[in-house]
Design a protein around this ligand. Structure first.
Ligand code: 4HQ
Length: 224
């Protein structure tokens, strides 16, 4: 899987992606990142990537030309994604769909946003990582890269590999415990020490269902 990232802050990458599972995946050649500085796609003396908004108002808007040029210079034909709070929320179903592509193009905006003609005429999908306002699309792009990367074959070790992703998309996880069996007077649930695999399975299924009902009823209604 190859991620092509368009950004005004290339130094932010690969950043946290070099650590842990994603770092290993990159070192193994299972994941690659290519970072493109949008300023390299300007042609004027000042290498201007932004301009004042038509109609007035505060802040600057990213100009369309460098973004169109950077995307049109692309090699693969994977979808072009704009990280934006205007898009549908990223969830595990979207992550799974994205993981089927060989290349993804991720546009990271800054300032007040990106000229609307980018979203309207260049981008295949807008994706938001949540209903809050960040200073740029780089952290959202890293979130997307992280979530997609762990679904690429070989990136997770066989031990870590999630057996049933469809299950994971509809329910919260059951609680996990490790040693010691009693910590500061708090004991691990008996059943987990019993070695009775069928009972453990059942307990975990019940716990996952209970927690989801209590904490995230929206998941059970299929809203996500
Ligand atoms: N942005 N999910 C980039 C976000 C955001 C989000 C705000 C995107 C600033 C320029 N992106 N603009 N939430 O907050 O994806």
């Amino acid at each position: 899987m190859n991620f092509e990232v368009l950004t005004l802050f290339p130094a932010l990458f690969p950043g946290p992606l070099t650590s842990g599972v994603t770092g290993r995946g990159m070192a193994a050649g299972l994941i690659s990142l290519r970072i493109h500085n949008l300023r390299d796609y300007t042609h004027d003396r000042h290498r201007q990537v932004d301009d004042v908004p038509y109609g007035g108002g505060a802040g600057m808007v990213l100009k369309p030309e460098p973004i169109f040029e950077a995307v049109r210079a692309r090699v693969g034909n994977g979808p072009v994604i704009l990280m934006s709070p205007q898009g549908p929320l990223l969830n595990q179903a979207v992550v799974r769909q994205l993981s089927a592509h060989k290349d993804l193009y991720l546009i990271c905006g800054r300032y007040e946003g990106v000229d609307e003609r980018v979203a309207a005429h260049l981008v295949d999908q807008e994706i938001s990582i949540g209903d809050y306002v960040l200073t740029g699309g780089e952290l959202p792009a890293m979130v997307l890269i992280d979530a997609v990367s762990r679904l690429i074959a070989g990136v997770l070790g066989s031990e870590e590999s999630p057996k049933d992703e469809s299950f994971a998309e509809r329910l919260l996880e059951y609680p996990h415990f490790t040693r010691p069996a009693v910590f500061e007077g708090h004991a691990v649930p008996e059943v987990l020490l019993s070695g009775h695999h069928a009972q453990i399975e059942r307990w975990r299924r019940e716990q996952a269902a209970d927690r989801t009902r209590r904490r995230r009823p929206d998941l059970l209604r299929g809203e996500k």
